[in-house]
Design a protein around this ligand. Structure first.
Ligand code: GLY
Length: 353
């Protein structure tokens, strides 16, 4: 049964954002909802797409989907590989900490067929925030929990606390701290090798043969961030988004800018209008550039940051795009797992390093 109020709100919102050349009719919306709920007869190509650091995860997720697993369960298992890898310093265990030396993790997920969503932000001491985000979705009628409340919830539903700050990340944080100023009480570090910074993250999206979609994004966020900072990863519509009638999208890279762009939502809305995945991802990057503050751009308007988008359609087409040439994305379909080149807005030689 069509919820008239929801339909009117949706139409008004999309029209206001300029995505619709005209208001969608009640019949169109009803058809859309019906297809989302029951993709009977739909046969597409199963496909899993992620940021390049998910190259092992896309294979694991694809195999699980081929074995009948739910798309969200499969991709969360895929990103768990990275969350639990102590050598990956941008996600989960071993992630670079905030300016106080505390690892704070963000994650969000959306499950297309049931239209449910979950998220956690600034979660401490739990290595798999993607699973805690899903637990918020499964066990509560909330969508997002943050900070101390998120941790208390995680412990209550059975997650085990652990120290997420590895020796490597502690040393990197201390070197960053010692290099901050020549007017504090810390000596300069012995090694002047380049400091490590990361906006790294993993986003993963999947579709099965029946056209059911899911998305998840998980991160330790901006290295040495202010305590309490949330990036785009836990924000539905920014760090990831799924509409089961259309597709999924997600991002890695400069989170503040993506929050302002609502990038994952925009990518999916472009798919809805028939835009191809690669063009949708590039258009979102152009929008991010258009909303960039001047301080994030060089004198020729080129970004001083990078941002990537990964896009997947209901019928299994996918693409990745990045600001600067050189990035790849991971994909697994019937041809197996592989890295493919991202489309880009600027040549690598144009980067204002
Ligand atoms: N995109 C990850 C972050 O900015 O936190």
């Amino acid at each position: 049964m069509l919820d008239r109020r929801a339909f009117l709100e949706k139409s008004a919102l999309l029209s206001a954002l300029g995505f619709l050349p005209r208001a969608i009719s009640a019949e169109e919306y009803e058809r859309d909802v019906a297809r989302t709920s029951a993709p009977t007869g739909f046969r597409g190509q199963p496909c899993v797409v992620s940021s390049a650091n998910g190259i092992n995860g896309v294979k694991l997720a694809y195999d699980r989907i081929a074995g009948g697993a739910d798309t969200l369960d499969a991709i969360i298992a895929g990103v768990n590989l990275v969350e639990l890898d102590p050598n990956n310093q941008s996600v989960g265990l071993g992630g670079l900490p905030n300016e106080d030396g505390v690892v704070q993790l963000d994650a969000s997920c959306m499950h297309g067929p049931s239209r449910r969503a979950g998220a956690v932000g600034c979660l401490e001491d739990i290595a798999t925030p993607s699973l805690v985000a899903k637990a918020v979705m499964d066990y509560t009628d909330h969508v997002m929990l943050v900070g101390e409340g998120a941790k208390r919830f995680a412990l209550a539903v059975g997650f085990k606390p652990q120290n997420l700050l590895t020796e490597q990340s502690r040393k990197d944080w201390l070197r960053w701290k010692a290099r901050l100023s020549d007017r504090d009480h810390w000596f300069e570090p012995e090694s002047l090798e380049a400091l490590k910074f990361t906006h790294g993250t993993i986003n993963m999206n999947a579709v099965n043969a029946g056209g059911d979609l899911s998305s998840v994004t998980t991160t330790s966020g901006d290295s040495y961030k202010l305590p309490g900072r949330l990036g785009d990863s836990p924000i539905h519509g920014a760090g990831q988004y799924t509409d089961n009638s259309v597709g999924s999208a997600g991002s890695t890279g400069q989170g503040e800018l993506n929050i302002k762009t609502c990038g994952a939502f925009l990518a999916v809305e472009l798919l809805r209008r028939g835009v191809a995945p690669e063009q949708a991802a590039l258009t979102v990057l152009e929008r991010a550039l258009a909303v960039s503050e001047k301080r994030r751009l060089d004198e020729r308007g080129r970004p001083r940051y990078d941002l990537q988008f990964y896009v997947l359609t209901k019928d299994g087409r996918c693409a990745g795009a990045t600001m600067y040439e050189g990035a790849s994305f991971a994909v697994c379909d019937e041809r197996g797992p592989r890295l493919e080149k991202c489309a880009y807005l600027f040549k690598a030689s144009e980067h204002p390093r």
